[in-house]
Design a protein around this ligand. Structure first.
Ligand code: SF4
Ligand SMILES: [Zn+2]
Length: 144
C-alpha cells in the first residue's frame, strides 16, 4: 500500500459529513441505480469535485464514486478508458502498476488478504461466486 499525503481539499468534501459513506461504495443490489444517482448528485454540488476526480484517477480507483464518476461501473472499469481520461485531465498515475490489481475478482480477494485487509465487497462477492462455481463443477463431475 502507498501512503496518502494530507490533502487539504478533502476538508471541503461534500461527502465528508452527514452523508452515508455507503452511498459512495454501492454494491450490486436492488436500489443500486438510485444509490449511484444520489451519490453523483452530492458530487455535483461538491466544491472539490474536480480535485476528487483527479485524485481518484491518480490512485487508479476501481470501485466507488469519486468526483461524480462511478469508477466501478461501465466504461471506467476498462484500463484504456481510465488511461484516456488521465491524459485528458493531465493526471499522472501515482500507484505502482506492479501493486495494482482488479477489484471484483478472486485474485483481488487474495490480494486483499495478502495485504492483511478485509476484502472489499466486490472482491468478496467474486471470491464467493468463484467458490460456488467450483463446487458446482465438482458436483457435476461427481454425478456424471
Ligand atoms: S466529489 Fe463527491 S466523492 Fe468527491 S469529495 Fe466531493 S462529494 Fe465526495
Ligand atoms: Zn477489492
Amino acid at each position: 500500500m502507498f501512503a496518502v499525503p494530507y490533502q487539504p481539499w478533502r476538508d471541503e468534501a461534500a461527502c465528508r459529513s452527514g452523508v452515508d459513506p455507503e452511498l459512495f461504495f454501492p454494491v450490486f443490489e436492488a436500489g443500486l441505480k438510485l444509490t449511484v444517482r444520489r451519490a453523483k448528485a452530492i458530487c455535483q454540488a461538491c466544491p472539490v469535485q474536480s480535485e476528487c476526480l483527479d485524485e481518484a484517477l491518480a490512485v487508479d480507483e476501481k470501485f466507488g464514486i469519486f468526483g461524480g464518476v462511478h469508477f466501478g461501473q461501465g466504461a471506467l472499469r476498462r484500463k484504456g478508458v481510465r488511461d484516456a481520461l488521465r491524459r485528458e485531465r493531465g493526471v499522472e498515475l501515482r500507484v505502482d502498476p506492479e501493486d495494482d490489481f482488479e477489484h471484483g475478482t478472486e485474485a483481488g480477494a487474495k490480494r486483499h488478504s495478502r495485504l492483511g485487509e478485509k476484502a472489499c465487497p466486490e472482491c468478496s462477492r467474486a471470491a464467493y461466486w468463484a467458490r460456488v462455481r467450483r463446487d458446482e463443477i465438482r458436483a457435476a463431475g461427481e454425478l456424471g
